[in-house]
Design a protein around this ligand. Structure first.
Ligand code: GLC
Length: 583
């Protein structure tokens, strides 16, 4: 009876559920599901792109004046293409007094006349694009050169509209000697300007006054600069000194603990994409993992990509000691980024290797192995050497490049590293690793036919140009250049690295790093031995038995044992790239 009483209610409930289902079905027919980032990840070019960092001034001189130029670079596009380069990153090339290798800009809108004309730049852009390469450039708007007309006007008159484009203080700020980026060389961050009669703020050298990013006029100008170069075809910017660009600098702020204004990056991101949908920001921000989140932004609304300085320092620790534990941790600590974001990994860049985030004893171990002499060290935190002389053993250099191409991110190579160039420690600070490109055994290493090149070409020691040069390495199938070219091309067949999910695998050896990538049912396993001794490692990939690891380099296959474990033998500093195949 009770059931009979409830019947009308039950019928009503059934009717309502049917109606709901009906509406849901009609809705799903009419409204397509909202796309998730994984639906379009393959379209994000920066997920998988080989970036080549070049300094036009020292790459190739075409007019025999001793200075590299855009015409010289344009003539070498075929070389870059063959190497497998997909994106060229240009170091600052605008007019400059050149006291910080071009990072002291005196005019943001043109090309330094020593490097060529605006037309030469346009021709370079056109030809790079015809060869299918993108170009990104440095965006150095944290500061200007003190020779920039804005600063010249600002210091001349207190009522100049440019005065508020910089950061001033009437009194010497309390923390005038705190927070220097170049300790040991730079003495302060606030300097007195006689002409202005005030102190000005400079996070870097005293000839690089910081722009006042709090001033809307400065932000407007920054957008204008961006627009100018986007219109000329660049695909994005390597944003210089991001944490300093967005710090809120005032006379009483604490340079060692500044506040940051992240919406400046959000606006930049929006502005760039409004003009060019797939343009990117690649941030230089050497921050700790617990600080990284706002740099990428919620849902990736800030930087699309950043250099992984944190992993880099632990990578050097692993290369120096043969132990992978801290590198594994650093990779895990920096794993959590938005799905549309990407890390950029590198071995060497144009600056010193910054080891500032290692403990003193860890840093000491890297120094002992790679830069024991104090002339090799810089700014109390790093090493001013190129990779090949630092690592010494060619097997280790090759393994390091194999690793670079198989880390989760986009690989960035510094010019000259692909042939294992050396350094010149007689040059000051970071100039030691900024010597001219060594193209051949000819005059000035084929860089320039001038009597005196802009910077001396390395002509003594084991890395001298008659020994280390492009022509010789092109002719030798076992050379580093050819090996790196093979890595670059192999990487193009492994898009899982940029698009997929990754995890570290247990290897049974503290010297071996193994990363597994998975993307749409495909899987890769990359294994690297950081020890000079052979290692027998055991890999568990998490798949049931019935699969094989097929080497992408040798085509050899290894099958899992009944327990699902693969036995992978590795030579000293050996490495292997495998694809996992289900039988
Ligand atoms: C960045 C550059 C460095 C330069 C500095 C000041 O850190 O990488 O080379 O000296 O900014 O612009």
């Amino acid at each position: 009876m009770a059931f009979m009483k409830k019947l009308p209610l039950l019928l009503l409930a059934l009717f309502l559920t049917a109606c709901q289902q009906d509406t849901a079905e009609t809705q799903s027919k009419e409204t397509p599901p909202t796309p998730t980032p994984t639906d379009f990840i393959e379209e994000l070019w920066y997920k998988n792109s080989l970036v080549y960092s070049v300094d036009v001034e020292v790459f190739k001189d075409s007019n025999k004046d001793g200075v590299g130029d855009f015409r010289g670079l344009t003539n070498q596009l075929g070389y870059l293409k063959k190497l497998g380069v997909e994106t060229i990153w240009l170091a600052p090339f605008q007019p400059t007094p050149n006291r910080d290798d071009g990072y002291d800009i005196a005019d943001f809108y043109s090309v330094d006349s020593r490097l060529g004309t605006d037309q030469d730049f346009d021709t370079f852009m056109k030809q790079a694009s015809q060869q299918g390469m993108r170009v990104i450039m440095d965006l150095v708007t944290n500061h200007t050169s003190d020779q920039h007309p804005w600063f010249q006007q600002a210091r001349k008159r207190a009522d100049s509209p440019y005065r508020s484009w910089y950061v001033w203080s009437k009194e010497r700020p309390k923390k005038w000697d705190k927070g220097m980026v170049f300790p040991g060389v730079q003495k302060q961050v606030w300097s007195f300007d006689k002409q202005a009669g005030d102190y000005f703020y400079h996070r870097f050298y005293d000839f690089q006054p910081d722009l006042n990013m709090q001033n809307p006029a400065v932000q407007r100008e920054m957008r204008k600069i961006i627009r100018h170069w986007l219109d000329k075809g660049v695909a994005g910017f390597r944003v210089d000194a991001v944490p300093f660009l967005i710090e809120i600098a005032t006379p009483d702020f604490d340079p060692e603990n500044p506040e940051h204004q992240f919406d400046i990056i959000t606006q930049l991101h929006q502005y760039i994409q409004w003009h060019k949908r797939d343009a990117i920001l690649l941030g230089e921000a050497n921050v700790a993992p617990d600080e990284q989140k706002p740099y990428f932004g919620k849902d990736g609304q800030n930087m699309q990509t950043m250099f992984n300085f944190f992993a880099n320092q632990h990578l050097f620790y692993a290369l120096a000691t043969g132990e992978t534990k801290l590198l594994r941790k650093a990779l895990e600590d920096t794993k959590d980024i938005p799905p549309t974001a990407q890390w950029a990994h590198f071995l060497r860049n144009h600056d010193e290797i910054d080891l500032g985030r290692l403990s003193d004893s860890e840093r000491r171990k890297v120094y002992d192995r790679m830069g024991a002499d104090t002339t090799m060290q810089l700014y109390d935190r790093g090493i001013r050497r190129r990779l090949a002389p630092m690592l010494g053993d060619p097997r280790l250099v090759e393994m390091a490049y194999s690793l670079l191409f198989s880390l989760p991110g986009m690989p960035v190579i510094r010019y000259g590293e692909e042939i294992g160039m050396g350094d010149d420690l007689s040059l000051k600070e970071r100039l030691s690793i900024r010597t001219p490109m060594q193209w051949s055994g000819g005059l000035n290493g084929g860089f320039s036919e001038a009597a005196k090149p802009v910077r001396p070409v390395i002509s003594r020691g084991p890395y001298r140009y008659p020994v280390v040069n492009v022509a010789a390495q092109q002719a030798d199938s076992t050379s580093l250049l050819n090996q790196i070219t093979r890595f670059a091309h192999l990487r193009k067949q492994c898009p899982e690295i940029g698009w997929g999910k990754w995890k570290l695998l247990d290897t049974g050896s503290e010297h071996v790093l193994a990363i597994q990538y998975s993307w749409k049912g495909k899987s890769l396993v990359m294994v690297h031995n950081f020890s000079s001794e052979p290692q027998q490692c055991q890999l568990t990939t998490g798949l049931k038995s019935g699969s094989s690891l097929v080497s992408l380099t040798t085509n050899k296959t290894s099958r899992a044992g009944a327990n699902g474990v693969y036995q992978v033998p590795l030579a000293g500093y050996g490495y292997s790239w495998y694809r996992l195949q289900r039988d």
